[in-house]
Design a binder for this molecule. Structure first.
Ligand code: HSE
Length: 435
């Protein structure tokens, strides 16, 4: 049988990894797919890139020539971004080609439109590499867990952010220094603010949420908070209280709707997720039948991400001759069965909180704070007051609260910040037990 012909759009970190894995494991992969897979051509703006990678493939600087080439069966989009990549992917679909992409931003923002078009044209769009790099979380949600009502998902889904938090905690390294290393290692996004401000994790979470609950992709409704405001002090206090701070994506089915939120989260140090370090990702999925399941692996990097891209190519090759109506649906649920469940506003979520504030060291301060908490129906779980440093007049006060609606907590924080005796904004970190 003739080989399946692949065109790569992009020959950067993941493109290079994909070509390398297909070259190295080609025979084994062909035994699995049932046909050889051949990279015919790659689009890159660096004319020497293929030579540098030792690849014997065609090169072009015109990505559209690949999506319009009748010889190409599968287009693998590894350019990133969501303007040019969207045009290319839609054109490839229009031309009846199957698409594999690692582009979470593209799927999160334009997936609804792309999948509708793919459905019309009877082609597949596979995107395993878009979430948690090499971890087969899309396949697990879409196929392995299809018996379950998914109750919630909590995941470390940005390797760069996890790498930064781990290095800050373990080695006391400065934020910018670790970020620069993540960029050099090819983990970080082209715009690293996507990593540290939580946007990349929000892209991925909105994909997980849609697939878990059978709702359309709704990236714009994801509450997103990054890691830039986490201080070494918070990391230390969390540790003292028995917690680790992790940047989590959390999605949960509640009576009010679907929670979809990305933010730094304190979780018990004994949790498996709390022990996921460096660039590693992990996704904890709770299904009603199976209970908790945990998926762990490299969330970024050339070959780990290529592992997911190539697995998608194999899936596409296996299903190419199948009737499109018998294929696994893009978002796990049949497209005409997507539910209209609302995504709840962050003010409506209920969680526990860590609060840190600086206050004058004088009588009555604690009473004022606890009075506000009591009036707002917030129960305090633990409390630490640090001794003033070097005869300073201010002290750090740390509170752990029980679960309360975010809206109540917003009101309480506003009142605490308005007290004459507080001398800083209140730092708030949500606390989850993940039970
Ligand atoms: N910038 C992403 C991360 C790459 O650090 O996780 C993988 O999506």
């Amino acid at each position: 049988m003739t080989p399946v012909k692949v065109g790569l759009l992009g020959l950067g970190t993941v493109g290079g990894g994909t070509a390398a894995v297909l070259n190295r494991n080609g025979k084994e992969i062909a035994r699995r797919a049932g046909r050889a897979i051949q990279v015919e051509v790659a689009a890159t703006l660096e004319p020497n890139r293929a030579k540098e990678l030792g690849l014997d493939i065609g090169i072009t600087d015109d990505a559209f020539s690949i999506v319009n080439d009748p010889e190409i069966d599968i287009v693998v989009e590894l350019i990133g971004g969501y303007t040019l990549s969207k045009e290319l992917v839609l054109q490839a679909i229009e031309n009846g080609k199957h698409v594999v992409t690692a582009n979470k931003a593209l799927i999160a923002l334009h997936g609804n439109e792309i999948f509708t078009k793919a459905q019309e044209k009877g082609v597949m769009v596979a995107f395993e590499a878009a979430v948690a790099g090499g971890i087969p979380i899309i396949k697990s949600l879409r196929e392995g867990l299809s018996a379950n009502q998914i109750e919630w998902i909590a995941g470390i889904i940005n390797g760069t952010g996890n790498f930064i938090l781990t290095e800050m905690r373990d080695k006391g390294r400065a934020f910018d220094d670790v970020l620069a290393e993540a960029q050099a290692l090819g983990y970080a996004e082209a715009d690293p603010t996507f990593d540290v401000e939580g946007i990349d994790a929000a892209h991925k979470l909105s994909i997980l949420s849609a697939m878990a609950f059978g709702i359309p992709l709704q990236f714009e409704k994801t509450y997103t908070e990054g890691i830039t405001k986490i201080t070494p002090q918070d990391v230390e206090y969390a540790d003292e209280l028995g917690y680790a701070i992790k940047h989590l994506g959390i999605t949960r089915r509640t009576e009010a709707g679907i929670e979809q939120r990305v933010h730094p989260t304190m979780i018990p140090k004994t949790c498996l997720l709390a022990n996921v370090n460096g660039v590693m990702n992990a996704v904890l999925v709770h299904g009603d039948a199976v209970g908790p399941t945990l998926y762990y692996g490299a969330g970024a990097g050339d070959e780990p991400t290529a592992s997911a891209v190539v697995a998608d190519i194999v899936d596409v090759v296996r299903a190419m001759t199948s009737d499109p109506s018998n294929r696994v649906p893009h978002l796990a649920f049949q497209p005409d069965q997507l539910a209209d469940i609302p995504v709840v506003d962050i003010k409506e979520i209920t969680t526990a909180y860590y609060l840190r504030l600086c206050a004058l060291d004088q009588p009555g301060v604690l009473a004022s704070i606890t009075k506000i908490m009591g009036n707002s129906d917030i129960s305090i779980e633990a409390f630490i007051q640090k001794e003033p440093q070097n005869n300073a007049k201010n002290v750090d006060i740390i509170l752990l609260t029980q679960r309360v609606k975010e809206g109540n907590m917003d009101n309480a924080i506003e009142q605490i910040e308005a007290l004459d005796v507080t001398c800083s904004k209140v730092t708030r970190i949500r606390v989850e037990s993940l039970k």
